[in-house]
Design a protein around this ligand. Structure first.
Ligand code: LIP
Length: 273
C-alpha cells in the first residue's frame, strides 16, 4: 500500500468514526443547497473540516476540493476530491447506507480546479461507517474491500441485469430521469436506487450490481468509486465515450456496459433535460 493510499485510508477511518458518532447523537438539517430536498447537516460540514485539517497537516502542498466548500489550490500537482458524507439523505434519515469518499487525483499540466474531464485518478477510498466496509483502490494495483480483492460481475444479458441508478435533487430533472427508468425497468432484472453514488460504484466493483448509471453527479460523488470500479475490471464511462462527469456516468462489466449504454441511448437517456 502506498503512503498516499495509507494516508487517505487513515483519514477516512477517522472521518467515518466522527460521522457515525454524530449520527448516534442525532442529526438535523443545517441548510438546504440547490433545492429544498438538497440538504446539508452540521455533521457534513464538521467531517469535511476534519478531513481538510488532516490533509493540510500531512500534505500542505496538495489541493483539496470538497462538497461542503473546501477549495484549496495546491502546488504539488495532486488534489484530494472529498465527499465527507455521500448519501446525505440516507444519513439524515438514519439509513445505514452512506459513505466517506476520498479520492486523490493528478491534475493536468498547468493545474487548475480538479475536473473529472481532465484529472487522472491515483487513489480511491470509500468507507461505509455503518457497515464498516472499506473499499480502496490505487491505480494499477487493483481494488479491495478490506483485504478482499474485488472483481466486477460476470457478463450477463440485460434482461437478467440488476441495474442501480440515482436521481437529481431538481424536480424537473427527476421527472426526466423517472421517465427513462420507467422504460428501462421492464427490460432488466430489476432496478436499485440506494442513494449513495460512491457505494453504488463500489457495489459494481464487487459484483453486487451488474451496472450503475446516473446523471447530474458532482465530481466528489464519483471520484473515488469510479477508480475502485475500474480497478475491479469494470468499464466506467461518461456520455458517448467521454470521461465520467455531471453529464453521465455508467459502470459495468464491459459487455454489459456496452449493451446498457446502447439501450439507454435508445430510451432517451442522453437527451437534454
Ligand atoms: C447523492 C448521490 C446519489 C444521488 C443523490 C445525491 P449526496 O449525493 O450519492 O447517487 O442519487 O441524489 O446526489 O448529495 O448525498 O452527497
Amino acid at each position: 500500500m502506498s503512503d498516499l493510499l495509507d494516508l487517505a485510508r487513515t483519514i477516512a477511518l477517522e472521518a467515518g468514526e466522527l460521522a457515525a458518532r454524530r449520527r448516534r447523537e442525532g442529526v438535523e438539517i443545517a441548510a438546504t443547497k440547490s433545492t429544498i430536498v438538497d440538504v446539508v447537516t452540521e455533521a457534513d460540514r464538521e467531517v469535511e473540516r476534519l478531513i481538510l485539517d488532516r490533509i493540510r497537516e500531512a500534505r500542505p502542498d496538495d489541493g483539496v476540493l470538497g462538497e461542503e466548500g473546501a477549495s484549496v489550490p495546491g502546488s504539488s500537482g495532486l488534489a484530494w476530491v472529498v465527499d465527507p458524507i455521500d448519501g446525505t439523505v440516507n444519513y439524515l434519515y438514519g439509513l445505514p447506507h452512506y459513505a466517506v469518499s476520498i479520492a486523490i487525483v493528478e491534475l493536468p499540466e498547468g493545474g487548475g480546479d480538479p475536473d473529472p474531464l481532465t484529472w487522472t485518478s491515483k487513489v480511491g477510498v470509500v468507507l461505509n461507517p455503518a457497515s464498516g466496509e472499506l473499499f480502496t483502490a490505487e491505480v494499477g494495483a487493483g481494488a479491495f474491500c478490506g483485504d478482499r480483492r474485488l472483481h466486477v460481475g460476470e457478463p450477463v444479458s440485460l434482461d437478467l441485469a440488476l441495474v442501480a441508478t440515482g436521481f437529481a435533487y431538481a424536480a424537473s430533472t427527476r421527472a426526466f430521469q423517472g421517465d427513462v427508468v420507467a422504460r428501462l425497468l421492464p427490460q432488466v432484472r430489476d432496478i436499485r436506487r440506494q442513494g449513495t453514488a460512491s457505494l453504488d460504484l463500489c457495489f459494481v466493483a464487487d459484483g453486487r450490481y451488474d451496472a450503475y448509471f446516473e446523471r447530474t453527479l458532482s465530481p466528489w460523488d464519483h471520484a473515488a468509486g469510479a477508480l475502485i470500479a475500474r480497478e475491479a475490471g469494470a468499464r466506467v464511462t461518461g456520455m458517448r465515450g467521454a470521461a465520467p462527469s455531471r453529464d453521465f456516468i455508467l459502470a459495468a462489466e464491459p459487455s454489459v456496459a456496452a449493451a446498457l449504454e446502447a439501450l439507454l441511448d435508445e430510451l432517451g437517456e442522453f437527451e437534454d433535460f
